[in-house]
Design a protein around this ligand. Structure first.
Ligand SMILES: [Zn+2]
Length: 260
């Protein structure tokens, strides 16, 4: 059993996932945990780096389950956890762990304490499951995750009507400037707007409107996937004013895949 230094009346149970774990002092860790009940919280895991610590296994990124924490004045302290998924598969493969950490960093960027982050948590969990299942191309998992995360945070592109005149039919060009589609009559509103395949448009409509549970239940041909991923990358660079630290690693991996 875990040593109880804190009054249990002040402990709370939260469902969540560890986004990151930073070493602190000689034996401790500071975790960022994305929770259903409290949003993103910082949790101190005392002694978690000691080899025989009961907190060792649960104080790692991707760990998902119920965490029992003591709520102090300024921070939370980890008392114990019932882990339902360690996502062990992700830790065995360099590209999987890199993508997983990137997805966690993305969720970290968009989440806050004491804000309802249920959808963010669901999306991250679902995405890691698909990643661990190894059934879809990494490029697709990444594009779908990034676009949906941006949509959940209210910054997604408008893909159902022309962003200049409101026309719903024949919207065939994507405008980064207008953050969505343009029809042929309005294409001169953005000289950088570019044509997209209708299948790519349907994919974007599906991703922006479907529930998190159904997000990954479609497949794409290689050229449509490349087009979708290209649009999402350009959109993210235009609208997400932050570079993820873990993105460098992905770029190196993706270049490596292209050379194979
Ligand atoms: Zn128009």
């Amino acid at each position: 059993m875990i040593e109880r230094e804190h009054d249990m009346r002040d402990s709370v149970k939260v469902l969540g996932m560890v986004l990151s774990a930073m070493p602190m002092g000689e034996y401790d860790k500071r975790l960022l945990v994305l929770t259903r009940e409290r949003g993103k919280i910082s949790v101190f895991a005392k002694g978690a780096r000691k080899p025989n610590s009961v907190l060792l296994a649960c104080s790692q990124p991707f760990t998902f389950g119920t965490f029992e924490v003591y709520e102090g004045k300024n921070a939370y302290t980890l008392l114990g956890a019932e882990i339902s998924n360690y996502f062990q598969e992700l830790r065995l493969d360099l590209s999987m762990i890199s993508y997983g950490l990137y997805f966690c960093e993305f969720a970290d960027y968009y989440s806050r304490e004491n804000v309802d982050e249920t959808d963010t948590l669901k999306l991250l969990y679902q995405t890691l499951r698909v990643l661990a299942g190894n059934r879809l191309p990494l490029l697709q998992i990444r594009a779908v995750y990034e676009l949906k995360m941006i949509v959940l945070n209210g910054e997604g592109p408008q893909v159902y009507e022309c962003q200049n005149c409101g026309e719903k039919e024949g919207i065939l060009s994507f405008s980064l400037k207008k953050a969505g589609m343009l029809c042929d009559n309005c294409i001169e509103k953005d000289s950088y707007a570019f044509r997209v395949n209708t299948s790519t448009l349907y994919a974007m409509q599906y991703i922006t409107s479907s529930s998190v549970e159904k997000l990954f239940s479609f497949s794409l041909t290689e050229d449509i996937l490349q087009e979708l991923a290209g649009i999402v990358t350009r959109y993210r660079k235009a609208y997400v004013e932050h570079t993820m630290k873990s993105e460098d690693m992905l770029q190196q991996l993706e270049k490596g895949f292209l050379n194979e």
